[in-house]
Every structure is written in structure tokens, then in C-alpha cells.
Design a protein around this ligand. Structure first.
Ligand code: MG
Length: 370
């Protein structure tokens, strides 16, 4: 083999599916054992996803106002090389394309949980076969690749098709469009979480729509993606740059934008505390029990309240679930599981009569009928 041939082979090897990582983390990854009952990586007998005839888009899909625009059509100023130099891929009229062997490019900003939209097109006319046909890829957090490949009427292993979690999870469908056609990826990604001592708490999950077709459905990502290798998670920060792969083929991109997704809020101890119930005797509770007309419609079956332990069970006619409420003051009962209360009126002798339910910032009248 000539020196050029060896060089090309080396470049192809390095570019093929392997997530280049900063040197600080690249050496930390170790091969993981493949569990029994799992498909061998890159299996050629693994079923191929069924083909779906999808629609392309004529014009770039507008970004929401809060999106980080990673490529708006003119410049690669949001992208850098592995060494932090300005990205040197080729910028055309409203698009950019992989400059073969220039190396991957990374976003300047880091992202963790993210909604990512990007549009891409396979080289036209098509050339090459298998994994050497319009190969690129989106590496979420620089580690987890969603494959880009020209798989329009072209064959390769299932876990290497467009929309695959590369080497792990084939796309559910092959929604590929012909070379040269603009295609869309809409990716919703949740990054892995690690404890402070580096143990994996939650793996990454990803949902991918390819040309509007769901090809990954909240798929669990078992670890960093790689060619000829199955890697286990190693701890990394909650955010990291998104990476586009240079696989030596001039795949085009346009209209790339990302939206960071917030974490779910956690209630304070006060906001999630159980009701501060007060004690009532069974006879006192029984005086609150009864049947009530909800609102003004007297034709509907009533709401019932029955004694149960130290509180009441509320049953709405159109709700099959028994809802417990407990007394928190002389005339007020609080729902155990819902931010709602029922406040009873009492007569001069203290006997409970009608009530008002406070729920969701509004009130509902409960007229006692029994
Ligand atoms: Mg790739």
C-alpha cells in the first residue's frame, strides 16, 4: 500500500464514527462488555428500518425567538475546530459543507438538555457505498452521535443508518430523501447525569424526527457512540459543545438552531409537605359528610363525602378516584394530593352546611343536598 493509501486509511479510520473528545476526557473511556441478548454492533442481519416516503422542505424552517442560532446562512462564527481555531469548512450561499479532512467542528457554546434543529443534504450526485456515502453526524455533547448518511436507496448496517444512535439504536424508519434534497433533523436530547463521585445516575435519552418522521422515541443511549466499540459512560459536565463530523464527504448543512431545555423545578419542603391536619372526632367528621351539588347544574349526580379515618373521602361523579381530604382548621379541609381545599359554611350552632372548593385559582360551589 502506498503512503497516500495508508494516510487515507488512517484518516478514514479516525473519522469513522469515533467521537473525538478533548484530551482531558478522551482517555477516560473504556470498552464495556456487550450484554448477552443484544445485537452485535453493526450487525448486517439486524432488521433494516422500513422505508417511509417523507417530504422535504423548500425553505429553511424559522427558528423560535429564544433559539441560539448556530448557523443562519452566512458565517461559521458559532463554530470552532478541536483546537479552538475558527471553523474552516466551506461556506456557500446560505449553507456550509464539510471540507473533507479539515476535521470536525464544534459549537462555541455548550449544551446539555437541548432541542436541536438542523437541515442537511447529502452530496449530489451520490458517490460511494455503505458508510462512505454522505457520512457525517451530529455528536450531542461531543460524544453521542446521531448518524447522518446517504441511506436513500442505499444499504448499510441498521445501526449506522441516518437517524441511528450510531452503533447502538437503528432508526425506527428510513425517512431519507434523495441526495441534494434538504432534510431535517429535530432532536430532543436529555444528557446523562452523574453523581458528585462520578457514578451514572441517569443515562442520556434522545428523540429524533427525520424529515418529520419519528426515528428515535426517547431512546436510551447506553454510552458514548463509537465505531467497532461499545463504550461505557464516563462522567462529564452537564453541558458540552455539539460536534459535526468530518467523515471526508461534503455533506451540506443550513439553518441550525438550538434551544436549551430547562430542568424540572423541584418543590421546597414547604411546598411538598403533607397537610397539617387537626384532630376531629368521628362524630365531628360525620357532620361534614354528605352529598353536594357541584355548581349550578342540579341534574348531575352529586359529589359525595364520606368519613374515612381522620378525614373524608371526596368522590366526584365523573372521577372514578376517591380523593382524601383532611381537616386543617375548624371549617377547612385540605386535599392530600392536590393543591386544593374545601371550606364549609357553618350555622349558628356550628353545623356544617354548604361548602366552597378552592382549586386552581378559582372556586366551585358545593351546595349541600343531603
Ligand atoms: Mg457519521
Amino acid at each position: 500500500m502506498t503512503r497516500i493509501g495508508i494516510g487515507r486509511l488512517l484518516v478514514a479510520f479516525l473519522a469513522c464514527g469515533v467521537a473525538y473528545l478533548p484530551s482531558s476526557v478522551a482517555t477516560a473511556e473504556q470498552p464495556a462488555q456487550v450484554p448477552r441478548g443484544r445485537w452485535k454492533q453493526h450487525s448486517m442481519v439486524r432488521p433494516k428500518p422500513p422505508v417511509v416516503v417523507a417530504q422535504g422542505i423548500a425553505t429553511p424552517q424559522p427558528a423560535p425567538a429564544d433559539a441560539v442560532v448556530l448557523f443562519g446562512g452566512n458565517a461559521l462564527d458559532q463554530w470552532v475546530t478541536d483546537t479552538g481555531e475558527p471553523a474552516a469548512w466551506t461556506v456557500g450561499d446560505g449553507f456550509f459543507e464539510v471540507k473533507p479532512n479539515a476535521g470536525a467542528i464544534l459549537t462555541r457554546e455548550s449544551f446539555g438538555d437541548v432541542q436541536l434543529h438542523l437541515e442537511w443534504a447529502s452530496p449530489a450526485p451520490a458517490s460511494g457505498n455503505g458508510q462512505d456515502r454522505g457520512n457525517s453526524g451530529v455528536f450531542l455533547m461531543g460524544r453521542y452521535e446521531i448518524q447522518i448518511l446517504d441511506t436513500f436507496q442505499a444499504d448499510t448496517y441498521a445501526d449506522g443508518q441516518t437517524g441511528a444512535v450510531y452503533g447502538e439504536a437503528p432508526p425506527l424508519f428510513n425517512a431519507s430523501l434523495p441526495p441534494g434534497a434538504w432534510q431535517t433533523f429535530d432532536i430532543v436530547f436529555r444528557g446523562p447525569q452523574f453523581s458528585t463521585d462520578g457514578a451514572l445516575l441517569t443515562p442520556a435519552f434522545v428523540t429524533v424526527l427525520h424529515n418529520g418522521v419519528a426515528v428515535q422515541n426517547n431512546e436510551r443511549i447506553p454510552g458514548p457512540t463509537s465505531w467497532l466499540n461499545t463504550l461505557s459512560y464516563q462522567p462529564h459536565p452537564r453541558e458540552a459543545p455539539i460536534r459535526l463530523q468530518d467523515h471526508g464527504q461534503p455533506v451540506r448543512f443550513r439553518n441550525i438552531w438550538a434551544r436549551r431545555l430547562p430542568a424540572r423545578s423541584e418543590p421546597s419542603a414547604e411546598q411538598s409537605r403533607p397537610p397539617r391536619t387537626i384532630a376531629k372526632t368521628p362524630a365531628e367528621l360525620a357532620a361534614f359528610a354528605g352529598a353536594f351539588q357541584l355548581g349550578d347544574d342540579a341534574t348531575k349526580p352529586p359529589v359525595t363525602m364520606t368519613v374515612d379515618g381522620n378525614g373524608l373521602i371526596v368522590r366526584f361523579p365523573d372521577r372514578p378516584v376517591d380523593m382524601p381530604i383532611v381537616p386543617v382548621s375548624e371549617r377547612v379541609f385540605e386535599f392530600v394530593n392536590t393543591d386544593a381545599t374545601i371550606e364549609f359554611e357553618t350555622d349558628a350552632s356550628g353545623k356544617p352546611g354548604d361548602a366552597t372548593m378552592h382549586i386552581g385559582g378559582s372556586t366551585r360551589s358545593l351546595k349541600r343536598v343531603k
